[in-house]
Design a protein around this ligand. Structure first.
Ligand code: NDP
Length: 323
């Protein structure tokens, strides 16, 4: 059996494709044979050491697969069930693994394994960001950075489904065209345009009540300058590097703003919260209101290339690995 491991932190080259052995599933666990594996920007933070892990470590937090064996006490799943996950212990970059049964969701027939692997973590993230961190309301305008990415394309469609006007940012005309084709109302190229000025133009000078920012350091100032008074900056990721040394006085100076740094795990900590979030995701994808764009597929053995392309800004939508 093969799995991705890394023994030291660093660039994509630290990723190793190795032989592993798997114990029988322990109490409360099932053994899962993966059929498709999701790649997330989050995985690069673990690999680079930005989010420290004990080494050597596996990688990956999102996948779909089939239950091959059940451990003691597992009553909710049986051998042969199709399942998927996007939260729980790291290690999805593998042909098979053991997982706590309570972190898995049974897949409906309407959702393929590839789609599930491409959306569980990203889709649950979009769901909590739009419906819990800041509860968007129909008719509002929001700003979402890196809108052509995996999380971004799901966010555009889900926000449109909720009646929201979406201003997105991205780095190229091709990515802007893709975001527009998925429903994004306005797209700003943040490598060549002044984002805050454009947002003011597009909102009659008012700014937006919320900015969703997974880019981090590079977009911090533009995000703050795009908000209306009392607006909320949701700094949910750091694709360009983390925000550090933040002077909270800026929030007062720019209009009594709010800043939050949320993480998915807090929002799906209980099994009830996890399954409620997943149920909403399955609803919007099953109904066709949100389409999951799997735009890159690599063999598991080529995870190095998948990380190079993701960090090189060469990808759009979701990326999956096939074991
Ligand atoms: P994406 O597919 O969005 O890929 C990252 C994108 O970020 C790139 O395609 C690129 O788009 C943009 N980007 C901007 N600056 C840089 C840079 N310097 N280097 C590389 N990319 C850059 O990734 P995901 O969909 O997997 O994740 C999106 C964000 O959401 C990440 O920050 C991730 O950490 C975060 N996240 C947070 C979670 C949470 O709960 N807090 C959970 C899941 C994801 P462009 O070319 O358009 O600029």
């Amino acid at each position: 059996m093969k799995a991705i491991k890394f023994h030291k932190t660093g660039g994509p080259e630290v990723i190793q494709y190795e032989d592993i052995t798997l114990d029988a599933p322990g109490p409360g666990e099932v053994r899962l044979r993966h059929t498709a594996i999701g790649v997330n920007y989050l995985d690069t933070y673990y690999r680079s050491g930005a989010y420290p892990l004990p080494l050597p470590s596996g990688l990956g937090s999102e996948a779909a697969g089939v239950v091959e064996a059940v451990g003691e006490g597992v009553t909710t799943l049986k051998v042969g069930d199709r399942v998927a996950y996007g939260a729980g212990p790291i290690g999805s970059y593998s042909q098979a693994r053991n997982m706590p049964a309570n972190r898995l969701s049974k897949l409906p027939d309407t959702i393929s394994d590839e789609t599930a692997a491409a959306m569980m973590l990203k889709g649950m993230t979009v769901r909590y960001l739009l419906r819990e961190t800041y509860k968007v309301k129909a008719g509002e305008t929001i700003l979402w950075h890196a809108v052509a990415g995996g999380v971004g394309l799901i966010a555009v469609q889900w926000a449109k489904y909720l009646g929201v006007r979406v201003i997105g940012t991205t780095s190229s005309p091709e990515k802007a065209a893709l975001a527009k084709s998925m429903g994004c109302d306005e797209v700003i190229n943040y490598t060549s345009e002044n984002v805050a000025e454009r947002v003011r133009e597009l909102t009659d000078g008012k700014g937006v009540p919320v900015v969703y920012d997974g880019v981090g350091q590079a977009t911090l100032n533009a995000s703050l300058d795009s908000l209306s008074p009392f607006g909320l900056l949701v700094n949910f990721g750091s694709a360009s590097g983390p925000v550090t040394g933040f002077d909270t006085g800026i929030l007062a100076a720019k209009g009594s703003l709010y800043l939050t740094r949320p993480g998915l795990n807090t929002y799906v900590d209980s099994d009830e919260a996890l399954q409620a979030n997943v149920a909403d995701l399955f609803d919007v994808v099953g109904s066709g209101d949100v389409r999951i764009e799997v735009n890159q597929t690599y063999p598991l053995a080529d995870a190095v290339k998948a990380h190079q392309d993701l960090e090189g800004r060469k990808t759009t939508g979701s990326t999956i690995l096939l074991p």
